[in-house]
Design a protein around this ligand. Structure first.
Ligand SMILES: C[S@@+](CC[C@H](N)C(=O)[O-])C[C@H]1O[C@@H](n2cnc3c(N)ncnc32)[C@H](O)[C@@H]1O
Length: 356
């Protein structure tokens, strides 16, 4: 590998670069990010030209603004229309990479969409040439590794090699979900994606089960509440706005018309969720009140980020929460989900070993 390649939401390159720079400073790594705003990817290069320290650093699991992380080669530029395959095969041969699958990807932008057809057209010829070169192997013959051909223009591709444990196994790093027709709002997708992002399938089964309880702060019209109800939870939905009538008719939801920043639950619940549009610091502080008091065991909440310094704002909120609750007690993970727009989603759960 020669550098790291990250995918992100278009318009959030600067935030991701800031996040990577902060991590580099913490770890004492001399790196520099390269990006163009609006392109939906960030490259990370080593300042002294030695990429070895990058190999195991900047894990995807800990990233907030990245969807995918790939050890990569420097981009191949100026490819000719007549033969895009040979230069790719040459680079792969020189790199000594071996893999079991090839994915053609493009940035999650309008320009990226226009390049889909190119990847499609190159699929067969490239696979056949790389098989012949001995780089594309059979299943189980290359530790599950996958080649990513990231096309950012008709004549420019960046090659990345994904190992199963350190990269996302979703195309583009994106979890695509079908909008449930019965849900009162499209926001429902955000909570579903958050559960997939932060909980394993076993955890989802155990911790989102029939008879459990939840509070939804800023619940109306009820997309998130609908998701909780779908898993059999009983929900107290706190919002002055109107809740979806069908959802209320199900009998599992109590609508509480109060201010979410002052209302206190009569008894502790399993889950607290919150999707209120307000200052991130104010929301984070209120979540802190809940977790500190033990009113909820686990929380998922969104922080809205209409400001310029998005990474700094998020870091400040998370640091304050962690200081207040103690990293030994609570584990925080934050991610800008595919269904998040100018916002990120945070999961707070009891740290492993902390009393449940
Ligand atoms: C983005 S919407 C929530 C959408 C919801 N998650 C869904 O899936 O349908 C934000 C909601 O927060 C509510 N809200 C804002 N400030 C509030 C407050 N102080 N107390 C209670 N609700 C509040 C608004 O009335 C609005 O319904």
């Amino acid at each position: 590998m020669e550098e790291l390649l990250f995918y992100c939401r278009a318009g959030f390159e600067k935030d991701l670069a800031g996040e990577l720079a902060a991590e580099a400073a913490r770890e004492g790594l001399a790196v520099y990010p390269r990006f163009v705003e609006g392109t939906a990817f960030v490259r990370l290069l080593s300042a002294d030209g030695d990429p070895a320290p990058l190999r195991d650093a900047f894990s995807l699991e800990e990233r907030i603004f990245a969807r995918q992380r790939l050890p990569a080669l420097h981009p191949l530029e100026g490819l000719s229309r007549e033969d895009r395959v040979s230069p790719v095969v040459e680079r792969i041969r020189a790199s000594g990479w071996a893999f079991e699958a090839i994915w053609h990807e493009t940035p999650d932008t309008n320009k990226g969409k226009e390049l889909h057809r190119l990847g499609k057209a190159l699929e067969r010829p490239l696979a056949s040439a790389l098989r012949k070169a001995g780089a594309l192997r059979g299943q189980g013959e290359a530790q599950g590794c996958r080649l990513h051909c990231f096309w950012t223009a008709g004549d420019r591709v960046q090659l990345g090699l994904a190992a199963p444990e350190s990269s996302s196994d979703r195309p583009g790093g994106i979890l695509r979900l079908k909008a449930p027709r019965a849900a009162p709002s499209r926001s429902a997708l955000k909570l579903e994606e958050a559960w997939h992002q932060f909980l394993t399938p076993e955890e989802r089964e155990q911790r989102l089960a029939e008879g459990m309880t939840a509070v939804d702060l800023g619940a109306a019209p009820g997309g998130w509440t609908w998701q909780l109800v779908r898993h059999g939870l009983h929900v107290q939905a706190v919002d002055n706005g109107p809740m979806d009538a069908d959802l209320m008719a199900g009998g599992q939801v109590e609508h509480i018309r109060e201010d979410a920043f002052t209302w206190m639950p009569p008894r502790p619940v399993h889950w607290l969720v919150c999707d209120i549009v307000d200052r991130p610091g104010r929301v984070a502080d209120r979540i802190g009140d809940w977790l500190e008091a033990g009113w909820a065991r686990e929380a998922i909440f969104n922080l809205k980020l209409p400001m310029k310094k998005r990474f700094e704002t998020v870091r400040d909120c998370l640091d304050r929460l962690e200081q207040r609750l103690g990293a030994q007690t609570v584990r925080l993970r934050a991610r800008q989900l595919y269904h998040d727009r100018e916002e990120i989603t945070v999961h707070a759960r009891p740290a492993r070993g902390a009393a449940d």
